[in-house]
Design a protein around this ligand. Structure first.
Ligand SMILES: [Zn+2]
Length: 537
């Protein structure tokens, strides 16, 4: 049974002259109660997450492991009655898998090294035992001094980095309402519009530029390659604050202590024969070797890196999105799209980035099927490929299905909403509204039956850098949920410790319930969600 809960709060009336009739948003509380019962009492979200992480992780884009995870996802969705399942493919370069790895310092003492090869870098041809050196090269002139001295050696590419005590600073994990609600206030503050007067001047047109071809820049990588270096060691980002940013908990969770933040060391399109093995090490292990070498104590490391590359072809590209749907009823031609990226980095099993989002969005469909709720609009799921390589899968989908702003396809008009999940395991607190103030009173009404789950933060701000962006750009009402950050940025995101253990079961169950409630409301609303004002035709 549906019940109406009127939401005639100041925002909607004052906002853009909306009439009172428009501000009454129907909320299907009966359906939401059924969704809560199914999602909390019979949740499968952690079971899904187990398979995605422990069994099928990591899921590096383009690898056979990623492909297998996609097959498993389709089978599970099929078992829940999700229809029209398919992989939609796109070109994304060669894949890469780690086959073997060990690294041990053998002189002056034995020390097994905590490390992880960077993705898309080649392996060693066999186990090598090599001298470790620390050349300081800041340009072509410096390089000359080392010419002929690096063959068969392992290079420490960075200076030692300070490792600070964890006690320094305040607050372990900060939530939106902590510290007097500092984060909440920031989220609720509308973004300041860009001032054209202070915008950077556009680059001069190339036609008017003098036809001077600069000399080829010195390439340190090319120098190492030409000199026959055996492998390169690093410890990742140069600063111990690199994983902090707006996540205040970085003070206690620096990229130290054996957790590595490892991405790629080459592109999926680079020729592997042109590269060198590149390994990121725990900074403490790395620093020890720098200090020894700088005092003239010989350091030797035994190293074996085995990798496999996976070529793609035009007829079988490596990139894919998994698509499936629950067909709607009287508005079946309109689409409510939900999604999360299935690919992960290779250093762990991609638990919070982003098996959490995939498990939650899959659970939304399971809940709808298990409760027997039939949405009016078609609810389609898309589990994206190669988000980590630059939001490629969702971009390919948007281009193929929706076209561009200049050349839109018919399907663009059928897109009622898109909801994305890609911010870790933290509980949903609301929605980043992408500067679309028309959805504020609607979302606030939908959240009323979820208030006890802490859903009360509707930020006017836009957030970048994940799979809602290609849809947002086309004017589709496309959103990321606001989630508590917990230890996402500082400990799990792109790290070698992003394992199942970091997932918070109660939060993921709630996130599935909240997402399912929003999806249900979006699928059954009389009108599609309103689009942002400036992109209206
Ligand atoms: Zn990521």
């Amino acid at each position: 049974m549906k019940s109406l809960c009127a939401l005639a709060i100041g925002l909607s009336i004052l906002g853009s002259g909306a009439s009172l009739a428009q501000s009454v948003e129907p909320v299907d509380e009966g359906a939401i109660a059924r969704i809560r019962d199914e999602g909390i009492n019979r949740s499968q979200v952690m079971e899904t997450a187990f398979w995605l992480t422990d069994r099928y992780g990591p899921r590096l884009n383009g690898s056979p492991e990623h492909e297998e995870a996609g097959e498993w996802v389709m089978e599970r969705l099929r078992s829940w009655g999700v229809e029209n399942l398919r992989k939609e493919r796109f070109t994304s370069g060669r894949g890469w898998s780690l086959v073997s790895f060990h690294a041990t310092m053998v002189e002056p003492r034995v020390m097994p090294l905590i490390g992880m090869p960077r993705a898309w870098t080649p392996g060693t041809t066999a186990t090598v035992t090599a001298d470790v050196v620390r050349p300081v090269i800041n340009g072509a002139a410096d390089a000359e001094a080392y010419r002929g001295q690096l063959r068969g050696r392992i290079v420490l590419t960075q200076p030692a980095r300070q490792v600070r005590m964890l006690e320094y600073g305040d607050g372990f994990v900060v939530r939106y309402d902590d510290e007097g609600g500092r984060w909440r206030r920031e989220a609720l503050t509308p973004p300041v519009p860009a001032d054209p007067a202070t915008a950077p001047a556009p680059a001069p047109a190339s036609a008017s530029s003098p036809a001077v071809i600069p000399p080829p820049a010195f390439s340190l990588m090319q120098f190492y390659k030409d000199e026959g270096v055996a492998a390169l060691f690093d410890y990742g980002a140069p600063s111990d604050m690199a994983t902090g940013g707006s996540n205040l908990s970085w003070r206690h969770q620096r990229p130290d202590g054996g957790t590595l933040f490892v991405q790629s060391g080459a592109s999926p399109y680079d020729d592997p024969l042109e590269g060198l093995p590149r390994i990121t090490l725990a900074v403490e292990h790395y620093n020890r070797m720098v200090r020894l070498v700088e005092r003239g104590v010989p350091v030797r490391v035994e190293l074996n890196v085995g990798v496999r590359f996976h070529e793609e072809s035009l007829s079988q590209p490596n990139g894919f999105n998994v698509i499936g749907e629950i067909r709607g009823t009287d508005k079946a031609e309109e689409i409510v799209l939900i999604g999360a990226h299935l690919d992960s980095w290779h250093g762990a099993t991609g638990a919070t980035d982003n098996a959490s989002g995939v498990s939650v969005m899959m659970e939304v469909l399971r809940i709808l099927r298990a409760t027997g709720l039939r949405p009016r609009r078609t609810v389609r799921i898309a589990l994206w490929g190669n988000e980590e390589g630059g939001v490629e899968g969702s971009g390919a989908y948007a281009a193929a299905h929706l076209g561009t702003t200049a050349q839109p396809k018919a399907e663009l008009g059928t897109m009622a909403a898109y909801f994305n999940m890609d911010n870790g395991t933290g509980p949903i607190r609301g929605v980043w509204m992408q500067q679309n103030d028309r959805v504020a009173p609607i979302f606030q009404a939908w959240a009323r039956p979820l208030t006890d789950l802490g859903v009360n933060l509707f930020s006017p701000r836009s957030v970048p850098a994940t799979d809602h962006v290609p849809f947002d750009r086309l004017g589709v009402p496309a959103f990321q949920f606001v989630q508590e950050r917990y230890e996402y940025t500082s400990r799990t995101h792109h790290s070698t410790m992003d394992f199942y253990d970091r997932l918070q079961p109660d939060d993921l169950k709630r996130n599935a319930v909240i997402s399912a409630a929003f999806v249900w409301q979006a699928a059954n609303r009389e009108q599609p969600l309103p689009r942002r004002e400036e992109v209206l035709p």
